[in-house]
Write a protein that binds this ligand. Sequence first.
Ligand SMILES: O=C(O)C(=O)C[C@@H](O)[C@H](O)[C@H](O)COP(=O)(O)O
Length: 366
Amino acid sequence: MMERTIETATKQYPLLLGDGAARALPRLLRSLACPPGTKLFIITDDAVAPLYLDEVRAMLAAAEYDVYAYIIPSGEAAKSFDNYYACQTAALQCSLDRRSVIIALGGGVVGDLAGFVAATYMRGIRYIQMPTTLLAHDSAVGGKVAINHPLGKNMIGAFHQPEAVVYDTTFLRTLPERELRSGFAEVIKHALIRDRRFYEWLRAEVKTLADLRGEALTYCIEKGIDIKASIVREDEKETSVRAHLNFGHTLGHALESELGYGTLTHGEAVAIGMLFAVFVSERLYGHSFAEHRFAEWFARYGFPVSLPTTVEADRLLEKMKGDKKAYAGTVRMVLLREIGDVEVVELEDDKLLAWLDEFAKQGGGR
Ligand SMILES: O=C(O)C(=O)C[C@@H](O)[C@H](O)[C@H](O)COP(=O)(O)O
């Protein structure tokens, strides 16, 4: 198991990563000044609960913590105001106090929702991220917590850093293939925005999703977290470079919200979004990424590479104009200058609409 420190401008916290990391939780809690008797409130979902909740609860109870749990439905649609409210109600009914700690046991949805519950319960209490998916290598680090609104993804939220990230890679062994794929989109994103050598390693070593296990999987998590943490260290509240982490997300988020949360996984939507960002980059910078055959590469992992036929370009543009990076309704997308180097660029509506149409007509990215 490896142990390192995530640093932001306002806080430092430990990351425990590897097989069996969960077993370190009682020791970690004591080091965070949580004595036995502290109330711990586990938020998890109905896919993770049958697999790991009893084990985690029993371990914490054996260490004499006062453990409660609340289970939400799995899937992106669960990142809703209703579930947020239900979690707050359960937290109040369990009489959580300001010394209590919330534990987010699950993937990105659980982490984002539980983090937002922690950010707002009694104006903010502590929480620990315990990821059980690959996607959560991105969402568990950096303190962006949120719920979705039908009008836009992650629109209601806060920056609230966790006390620790406890990433037990044995939990990933039961991850369904579609979830693994979803998380891998964020791994690819991290490589493309910051690290050419990691990108080259991915191209050489991860030929199919089946290669994502054991040491290769842990390496992807470690590299992804390193890249993410270095960006968050530079810009915790997204006033500059943190927006680069939104590569592929401007269209990705628009697709998720337009199609209905959960129709595409987050990673599937981001994969299409990255291909569109490359498409726009080629047109704006006048150079070609054709030699990289991104669409062919993505398709090898089973990602969709074109826009679903049911979505209309003007509806997507409207959603993109409502994205958090947009100012005064002007879309700002993260574009690829070269592998490992991105920037945020303002784009005019009519150009974007034409490119969305062209992207759809040619059947997606190349
Ligand atoms: O942490 C960040 O910063 C990110 O942008 C990470 C994204 O990969 C994350 O998946 C998320 O969707 C954040 O998007 P946002 O529009 O809510 O900032």
